[in-house]
Write a protein that binds this ligand. Structure first.
Ligand code: ADP
Ligand code: MG
Length: 237
């Protein structure tokens, strides 16, 4: 993939939850194009529609209206099997609360995903790459929050996804471990050329992005390129 290709293209995307008097318009017509290889921070207050947008891009929720193209797939045109295949192979997810399986070791959590997507098991290498070479056989409960999140990043990378979707990945971490995780995401973006979208309500994180897209009340309220992004280590919050 070259940087000219679009990893994500949203046109007129709407998402309404519920009906009638209780309907909530989580997204109100979002147009957004993200080039392959970009590191984008999607910034907005709680309830602005960030998670909804990320879930639609990841194929775990669907738009009520509009066009969603991700990694060359038009998601509205996919049947359930093709959508499952898209989720398995094209996108990786990193969540706020890590979501590791507590009864599996770090290595098993990563290997499970590799097996699911029929990729060769590189779990030990992936865990070494995220700095956890000495924690391979630890269970999540024996790992710090930052370590668990690094396992979650390794797990997402086991899919070799074109697009990495991260929903408040530092939301449950302290400053230092949060910076380590962001630094890792930046590394994955630069070294492996993966498109990374980080959703956050934390303004400070925007300073490390190539581009900051602001969401407000389900609409995009700002979209700016960052000319001189900071290294994650330099962020303070
Ligand atoms: P953010 O991630 O920015 O906090 P969300 O995308 O989670 O925002 O939510 C946007 C809006 O959509 C909120 O008003 C939220 O309550 C509503 N919402 C999200 N998911 C659902 C759902 N499954 N059912 C009903 N309302 C929802
Ligand atoms: Mg959210």
């Amino acid at each position: 993939m070259t940087g000219l290709e679009l990893a994500v293209e949203l046109v007129g995307v709407r998402r309404r939850y519920g009906e009638g008097a209780v309907a909530v318009d989580a997204l109100r017509g979002v147009d957004l194009s993200i080039r392959s290889g970009e590191f984008v921070v999607l910034l907005g207050p709680s309830g602005s529609g960030k998670t909804t947008l990320l879930n639609i891009v990841g194929g775990i929720d669907s738009a009520t209206d509009g066009t969603v193209r991700v990694a060359g797939h038009d998601l509205a045109g996919l049947d359930a099997d093709a959508l499952a295949e898209f989720r398995r192979t094209c996108v990786g997810f990193v969540f706020q609360f890590f979501n590791l399986i507590p009864t599996l070791t770090a290595r098993e959590n990563v290997a499970l995903i590799a097996e699911l997507v029929e990729r060769s098991d590189r779990s030990a290498d992936l865990l070494r790459a995220v700095g956890l070479g000495d924690r391979l056989d630890h269970f999540p409960a024996a790992l710090s929050g930052g370590e668990q999140q690094r396992v979650a990043v390794a797990r997402a990378l086991a899919k070799e996804p074109q697009v990495l979707l991260c929903d408040e990945p530092t939301g449950a971490l302290d400053l230092d471990t949060g910076r380590q995780v962001l630094s890792l995401l930046r590394h994955v973006n630069r070294e492996e050329g993966r498109t990374v979208i980080v959703v956050t309500h934390n303004q400070v994180i925007a300073r490390m992005a190539d581009r900051v897209v602001r969401l407000h009340g389900g609409s995009i309220s700002g979209d700016e390129a960052i000319i001189d992004p900071l290294g994650a280590e330099a962020l303070e919050w």
